[in-house]
Design a binder for this molecule. Structure first.
Ligand SMILES: [Zn+2]
Length: 420
């Protein structure tokens, strides 16, 4: 009798553990299976890992799509870079475009919005002499490469239309980008706008806004201007820049676009390569360059955030993190030292803010693993990171996807987390 009981129970136990509760989320996602497609009412935030910069794709509750940055550093640049994922057979912009095509809601013909957080190659695509050429008179990398296969309805950046703040921006990547915009405006009807801090209607639900009154994207910051928290008013963090010598002008990173995505109780922060002070390299304490704390104050506490500046040593300062108090942090790595030892310590310290938190890193290199203390304790050290917020925003999960190929296989599911 006893033997019969065991015979009956053991297979059930085996079945239970292989598809057990710990490995499934509420929709029955099992490790090793592809990420279930987005559904109407959900908010998905994909942190796409190519090893070559940042690319975040958001699918909003009504299906509106927003791509923030299009990684595009190519392999010949600089030491300390990570390997291209899935592999080096395609440039990063092409990998991003293919990812976008897989994830866009059924029937979507183009991206509704593409944002460039700031004008660096790892966020917009570096142009080098041998970058492939489009027949339309510009070269292909990052955003221009994505647009080859996925149409873009509207581009929003920090510089349109003059690209002269704080000084004219001229280099092959920017010259190429402007030729691209000109051609797309004339031949594809693309619209281009300057990001306006303070607004909460510039990036909107374009397919069904009335259905989701609890959804909002608030423009927090760009070009030294931060939202005051009242209406759409902003204030400048910078003094008048005339007369300030070129070496003391704010660098490109500190001009990055930052925004907050709100869905019911859920809040998410993203802010390009914003950073804290940099007197460690200049010996020149310009307090006004410490843009992180006022931006975090404008955002208020959030549930989840993308780390600033790939988790570099000069970003994600104590006052910044203490104001955001995230439960989930995503670090989009693109080099050794992402995240840096001091930055990771700030992110994980109970003294900076109390409570649990999970840090998801898209790639931890061998060098980073050796130098960033306890980084092996991170929630994830390899793969795309997808935050999926349930309809209404009360709860969310974090999926880690295998980036070795394009199968979108789920490596791990974390949560559900309660939004606060
Ligand atoms: Zn960057």
């Amino acid at each position: 009798m006893k033997a019969i009981t065991l015979y009956m129970v053991l297979p059930m136990l085996a079945l239970w553990s292989s598809t057990g509760a710990a490995e499934r989320d509420a929709r029955g996602t099992t490790r090793g299976e592809p990420l279930p497609p987005w559904r109407e009412g959900e908010l998905d935030i994909h942190h796409i890992h190519t090893g070559r910069g940042e690319a975040q794709l958001m699918v909003l509750p009504d299906g509106t799509s927003v791509l923030i940055d299009m990684s595009g550093k190519t392999s010949e640049q600089a030491p300390f870079l990570l390997p291209t994922r899935p592999d080096a057979s395609r440039p990063p912009g092409e990998w991003v475009a293919r990812y976008v095509r897989r994830v866009l809601p059924a029937g979507a013909v183009k991206l509704d919005y593409a944002l460039i957080s700031h004008f660096h190659g790892d966020h917009m695509g570096t142009i080098v002499p041998d970058s492939p050429r489009s027949p339309n008179g510009y070269q292909l990398s990052g955003i221009t490469q994505v647009a080859e296969s996925v149409g873009i309805a509207k581009v929003i950046d920090r510089g349109w239309p003059r690209y002269d703040y704080p000084a004219p921006i001229r280099n092959p990547t920017m010259d190429n980008y402007r030729r691209f915009l000109d051609w797309q405006i004339r031949h594809r009807g693309m619209r281009v706008e300057a990001f306006e801090p303070g607004r909460n209607d510039q990036i909107a639900l374009v397919h069904g806004s009335g259905r989701y009154p609890g959804f909002e994207i608030r423009n927090l910051y760009a070009n030294g201007r931060v939202w005051t928290g009242e209406g759409t008013a902003t204030r400048s963090l910078f003094p008048p820049l005339e007369g300030i010598p070129p070496e003391d002008q704010p660098g490109e990173n500190k001009l990055s676009i930052a925004l907050r995505v709100r869905y019911g109780a859920f809040d998410y922060y993203t802010g390009g390569d914003l950073s804290a002070v940099d007197e460690e390299v200049t010996f020149e304490p310009h307090a006004w360059k410490n843009v992180e704390p006022p931006v975090a104050q404008a955002a208020g506490p959030v549930d989840a955030m993308k780390a600033n500046h790939h988790g570099s040593w000069d970003a994600n300062s104590i006052p910044f993190l203490a104001a955001l108090r995230p439960r989930v942090i995503v670090v989009p790595a693109r080099a050794d030292g992402h995240p840096a030892v001091n930055t990771y310590r700030r992110m994980t310290s109970q003294k900076v803010w109390p409570g649990e938190r999970d840090v998801f890193i898209t790639h931890v290199s061998d060098a980073t693993a050796k130098t960033t203390y306890r980084v092996d304790k991170a929630a994830s050290v390899q793969g795309h990171v997808v935050i999926r917020v349930e309809r209404g925003g009360a709860r969310y999960r974090v999926f880690v996807l295998d980036d070795a190929d394009e199968a979108m296989r789920v490596k791990a599911v974390h949560g559900p987390y309660e939004s606060n």
